[in-house]
Design a protein around this ligand. Structure first.
Ligand SMILES: [Cu+2]
Length: 143
């Protein structure tokens, strides 16, 4: 009987632990915006966006800095996954679209104010359209 009680307690504990996961049901979304290097974007260094920042954004992504999509809605979506890739850090698929204006389909998870995006498919890739290097030079080299 004592063993049954322990099993029941363990089961309740596991059920309790699984509650947050059940609460995080993804929403199917399409997001359009610029792929950004979140570190430089949030710290506001090296301009953080556009063609000015492309070189730095590649290096940051290769180095494992999280990549995001700055949506047209002004929200930043942190990209955790692209397609079927099992690599979620320094993913070559991300490097292909870094700094590009894209539309992506994927699953959106929101927790504690952060939007996480698991991209299924890049449905439109316009390339780099935020051409601002004439104003700031290519960072981190500058003019
Ligand atoms: Cu950067």
């Amino acid at each position: 009987m004592r063993q049954v009680t322990r099993l029941l307690a363990a089961g309740l504990l596991l059920a309790g632990l699984s509650l947050p996961a059940a609460a995080a049901t993804p929403e199917r979304v399409q997001v359009t915006g610029e792929v950004i290097d979140t570190w430089c974007y949030i710290t506001d260094i090296m301009f953080g966006e556009g063609s000015t920042h492309h070189q730095c954004a590649l290096w940051c992504a290769v180095g494992g800095i999280p990549v995001g999509v700055l949506g047209d809605d002004g929200e930043v979506y942190m990209v955790l996954k692209v397609g079927d890739d099992t690599t979620n850090v320094a993913n070559p698929a991300i490097l292909e679209i870094q700094t590009h204006r894209v539309s992506v389909d994927g699953d959106l998870y929101e927790r504690d104010g952060i939007k996480y995006l698991l991209i299924d498919q890049v449905v439109n890739d316009e390339g780099i359209v935020n051409v601002n290097h004439d104003d700031f030079g290519i960072q981190p080299f500058g003019e």
